[in-house]
Every structure is written in C-alpha cells, then in structure tokens.
Design a protein around this ligand. Structure first.
Ligand SMILES: NC(=O)c1ccc[n+]([C@@H]2O[C@H](COP(=O)([O-])OP(=O)(O)OC[C@H]3O[C@@H](n4cnc5c(N)ncnc54)[C@H](OP(=O)(O)O)[C@@H]3O)[C@@H](O)[C@H]2O)c1
Length: 382
C-alpha cells in the first residue's frame, strides 16, 4: 500500500523513513510547504499528493486543525485510508472524519495521537470489542512527567525543570498545552471516544502543573507522597462519562511513581481483564512514527476503525468523582473549604479537604484565582 505523508517534521520524516522498510507498505509523496520541495518525493499541494498514481493511504503529521481537517476530508473523499498522529484534529473533528471514512469504506485510525508510541488506544480499541471498560487514564504527558520528576528527584525549581525539558526537546517553545494539562485532556478525550463512544467536549476540567513550586514539592515529599499529572475517565450512569486531568498525590507503592523522566503510563481496567498497564515513550520521532505504521498495518489487515459507528459528542459529568484534596493557598481563604486538617507557615496555608467533587474543586480554584489568589491543588489518590 503506497502511503502519502502530510508534513515532514519530527513525526512526518520518521513515518517516511519507516515506510522504506515496512512490510506491505511503500513510500509515497510527502506534502511540504511551498519552497520546501527540495527532493523529488516532495509536493506542495494536497491536490498533487492525492493525484499521485497508486496512493492508497494518507498519514497526517502536520498538527493543528486547519488545514489538516480539510486535507483529511479531501483524502478520505478521494477514497484514501487516513491515519494521523494529531490529537488536536481528532479531538475536534474525529466524529466527522470517522463518519466520512465509513461512508467511503476507508480506514481512519489515530493511535499515535494518544501516548505516542505507547500502544494504548490500539489495545483499548481491541479490548472494547469483548470487554467492558471500567476506567482508563494515566500519565499521558511526557513533558510534565519529566518536569515533576526533575523537581522531585533533582530538586529543580519549576523554571529550571521547564528549561531542562525544552533543552532536551521534550517541551515546545510554547509549553502551555503541556503544563496546563490540555494536551493530556485531549488524549483522554480520545480514550473516552474509543472506550465509551462518547467524545466529551463540555464539562471537562484540566488542572496542570503551572502552579506547583519547589516548596510544594518538598512539603508533598515530607508527607511521603509523589506528585504526578494524571488523566482520568470512566462511565457515568445515563450514558455520560467523567473526564478530567489534575495533579495527583500517590503513595510510594503506586505504579505511577516508577514512571520517570518523559515516560508515559496509560492504563485501562476491563471488567473481565482487570487492570492493564502500558508504559513507554509517549513522544519522539521513532516511537510516534512506529504507532502510525502500526495503524497502517492494521488497515492492511482490514481493521479500519477505532471509533464505533455510533460515537457521538457529549459532555463530561465530573460531579460524582470525589477526592480529598491537598491545597496550598493564602491563609485568609481557608474558610472556602471544608477542611480535615491544616497548617500555616508564613501566611501560606497547607490544607487537606474533606472529600469533595472534582467539579467543585476545579470551579472553586477557578473562582479564587479569578479573584487573584495564588494556589496549588492536587488530589489524594483514592
Ligand atoms: N513530536 C512528537 O513526539 C509527537 C508525538 C505524538 C503526536 N505528535 C503529533 O504529531 C503531529 C506532528 O508533530 P511534529 O512534532 O512532527 O511537528 P513538527 O516537527 O512541527 O512537524 C510538522 C510539520 O508539518 C509541516 N506543516 C505544517 N502545516 C503544513 C502545511 N499546511 N503544509 C505543509 N506542511 C505543513 C511543518 O512545516 P513548517 O515547519 O514549515 O511549519 C512541519 O514540517 C502533531 O499533531 C503532534 O501533536 C507529535
């Protein structure tokens, strides 16, 4: 199967290279921007790519929603299978792409969009065919895991950890999607779509790590706990799902504490299979390209979809998920929470709340921050 590649950056160049020695797959043309067509296989328009004789599949690795979405629709409508590593595209337009692909009888797979090289969505999409998924989630962002790990083990400040992550190529020049938890949220939304047929677009919450300080880290460590940024999702009665991202405080025995550097750990729990854990490189040229190639191999074996035909947009309901939270905030705001315990040093209060809903915690934090409060919070793992 001849495969065209859209985008020739970190992932796109990796896909093109891997196609040269993949069984049953063949290198096709590559879409680059005008002026960057410095090799015979490069083209500068989607029309030229799709018109190339023999192209049967298109692998997108440009990023962003437009023009990626228009190009994807053009490819599908031209009868080409479509695979992508682009989580923003699938989170925003996955339902439309799946419907168009079903109409045209072509495949639409996106396992590289969640967890990079970690074969999480791939396995999840197989598991849902025979089992009920009780919950899913995990550490889905390598940049923030690297930063939290560096702050905890190497005692770096937030700024030092971020600079280090950028130097190593883990964090973008604009790291906001990573550190705000948005990147992990987009990924868990894809997991929800695969596991439950619901792609939630409302009612979602993402608390990232932007507000954690070296002092928070040492207080958390003094409690014998480790902080990880975790995404969580599961079913809620009434055909809804819960889906959110937040920092979580874990006991040393938790498997997530062994996830170091920029690694990811995704998990799902099947009603029959029990817990399944997938750990590996969540990003990088070769791990991500290998996941795209895995999708192309699935298409060769007639596995065309990871989204069910009835997958729909929906809203998340994070009311019923309840945790105790660790909160650091100005002492004057202690009364905003029902508190189990608290201590005060230098005008900053460190408190543990009574169990409260994810929705209530995230909304309280948004309200207090809008009023100018500087605070950090993290859930205690149940
Ligand atoms: N990097 C990873 O480890 C990783 C892991 C998992 C998923 N992903 C996803 O994979 C996708 C690609 O990521 P990446 O890291 O490979 O990004 P990248 O290195 O920035 O590569 C993107 C490439 O696409 C090109 N491009 C963008 N718009 C284009 C257009 N309209 N026409 C032609 N070429 C265009 C860019 O060209 P210019 O440079 O000229 O703009 C660039 O060469 C993203 O959706 C990302 O979220 C990446």
């Amino acid at each position: 199967m001849k495969v065209a590649v859209l985008g020739f950056g970190t992932v796109g160049a990796g896909i093109y290279e891997m196609l040269s020695h993949a069984e049953g797959l063949e290198q096709g043309p590559v879409l680059v921007r005008p002026g960057k067509d410095d090799a015979p296989f490069k083209r500068t328009s989607i029309e030229a790519v799709l018109a190339e004789p023999g192209v049967e599949a298109v692998a997108e690795a440009m990023g962003g929603i437009e023009p990626a979405f228009s190009y994807a629709m053009a490819a599908i409508k031209a009868g080409k299978h479509f695979v992508t590593s682009n989580k923003a595209l699938v989170a925003a337009k996955g339902i439309e792409l799946a419907a168009a692909a079903r109409d045209m009888g072509v495949g639409f797979l996106f396992s590289a969009a969640c967890g990079g090289g970690v074969p999480f969505l791939h396995n999840l999409s197989l598991a849902v065919e025979s089992d009920m998924i009780v919950s899913l989630g995990g550490i889905l962002n390598g940049t923030t895991n690297y930063m939290l790990d560096a702050m905890q083990r190497r005692k770096l400040s937030y700024g030092e950890a971020l600079k280090d992550a950028q130097k190593l190529g883990y964090a973008e020049a604009d790291p906001s999607a990573d550190v705000s938890g948005l990147d992990a949220l987009r990924k868990i939304v894809l997991g929800s779509a695969v596991a439950y047929g619901v792609l939630p677009t409302e009612g979602l919450y993402n608390e990232g790590i932007e507000n954690i300080t070296a002092e928070d880290v040492s207080r958390i460590q003094a409690r014998g706990l480790t902080c990880r940024l975790m995404a969580k999702c599961g079913p809620v009665p009434g055909g809804k799902v819960y889906a959110y991202v937040e920092p979580v405080l874990l006991k040393a025995s938790a498997a997530e504490c062994s996830v170091l550097d920029n690694y990811n750990m995704a998990r799902y729990e099947g009603k029959c299979s029990g817990p399944m854990v997938f750990m590996g490189q969540g990003a990088g040229r070769w791990p991500t390209a290998s996941a795209v190639l895995r999708d192309l191999s699935c298409i060769l074996k007639d596995k065309f979809f990871m989204l069910r035909a009835d997958c729909r947009r929906g809203s998340a309901d994070n009311e019923a998920c309840r945790h105790s939270y660790y909160v650091r905030l100005p002492g004057s705001l202690t009364g905003c929470f029902e508190v189990k315990s608290y201590s005060e040093t230098d005008g900053q209060t460190e408190l543990v709340t009574k169990p409260m809903s994810v929705k209530a915690m995230h909304e309280m934090a948004a309200r207090l921050r809008a009023e100018g409060a500087k605070m950090f919070f993290a859930a205690f793992e149940d």
